[in-house]
Write a protein that binds this ligand. Structure first.
Ligand code: NAD
Length: 294
């Protein structure tokens, strides 16, 4: 069985660098595909209250032979539950749906600056961690300014920040900030936006987004290594020390995305991908302006 490298977090726990994301997977598909991912060897699953499939992840966990202790489960607090009482209730519901005693990672999904409750949400996550109900706490879609604010208020740094990150949007500034503070970076939409993701972002007023997988730079590197475009991009994230959870609804692609430990990108490949970063490469909303409450 392939052993995936783990990233050590500032709280002493660790997470496999490569996992499986379940955004936009419907309930039945989610049960089947998480089961498939676990059979292939994935040991980290990324869900969220927003995704509506925590119960399916829970069912897949009950049905698998893989030990609970071997699997890292991440979920995220929804934007409409930042107040302490709401956050505690929402967390309880997550645990009920997942059927877990302890969650491995719980993140604040978005800062929602207009609502201005993310500091209260952060204090509540600290409370849950102190009670032993969650192992690692972190944030998602936080800009450095949002992180500075929760740290000033609480004295506690997040273990991770999960942000949009792919070859067209490499987030060098935020990654350098994370490195200075010992925060691990998790890449969302690591392969670049898929059709469904672009549709989602267009609905909320973010109409940009070119696919990254067919980029000629990626295709040339893929041909050189006799690997697929997705495998090249996943390798890039791994070699950058990033944590990622590529998603696919196709079992053969889920297997392909895990088959990335028998080759390595060289310096020239890394240099070429560095040149793909674009100012307008972001597809999802800017955290400072995303105030959608769900
Ligand atoms: P992704 O980068 O994993 O995939 C992008 C597209 O590529 C998808 O359409 C997918 O079907 C396709 N794809 C996957 N494997 C492929 C392959 N081998 N060949 C060709 N195409 C392939 O995109 P994503 O689902 O947006 O992101 C991954 C995960 O990140 C999500 O499932 C979720 O867990 C997390 N996420 C988090 C946030 C957040 O706000 N925190 C936002 C978006 C996604």
């Amino acid at each position: 069985m392939t052993s995936v490298p783990r990233v050590l977090l500032r709280d002493g726990s660790s997470i496999p660098q490569l996992g499986f994301g379940v955004w936009q997977l419907g309930e039945a598909d989610c049960v089947r595909l998480v089961g498939e991912a676990l059979r292939i060897g994935y040991r980290s699953i990324d869900t969220a209250q927003l995704y509506g499939n925590e119960a399916s992840v829970g069912q897949a966990l009950r049905e698998t032979d893989v030990l609970r202790s071997e699997i890292t489960i991440t979920s995220k607090l929804r934007n409409g539950a930042h107040r302490r009482d709401d956050a505690l209730r929402a967390f309880d519901l997550t645990m009920q749906k997942l059927g877990l005693e302890q969650l491995d990672q719980f993140l604040i999904h978005w800062p929602v600056p207009e609502q201005d409750l993310y500091v209260e949400a952060w204090s509540t996550l600290i409370e849950l961690q102190a009670q032993g109900r969650v192992r690692s706490i972190g944030v998602s879609n936080f800009d450095p300014v949002h992180i500075d604010r929760i740290v000033t208020a609480s004295g506690v740094l997040p273990a991770v920040n999960q942000i949009e990150l792919h070859p067209r949007y490499q987030q060098r500034g935020t990654r350098a900030f994370h490195q200075r503070h010992g925060i691990a970076t998790e890449s969302w939409s690591p392969l670049g936006p898929g059709t469904d993701a672009v549709a989602f972002w267009q609905q909320s007023g973010n109409p940009r987004g070119e696919p990254v997988l067919p980029d000629p730079t990626i295709l040339a590197i893929a041909e050189k290594h006799r690997k697929s475009a997705a495998q090249v991009i996943i390798r890039w994230h791994l070699q950058q020390g990033l944590i990622l959870f590529p998603k696919s609804a196709k079992p053969e692609r889920i297997a392909e995305n895990f088959d990335v430990f028998d080759f390595a990108l060289d310096e020239q490949d890394i240099g070429s991908i560095a040149g793909m970063d674009r100012r307008g490469g972001k597809v999802g909303a800017q955290p400072a302006a995303f105030n959608f409450v769900f």
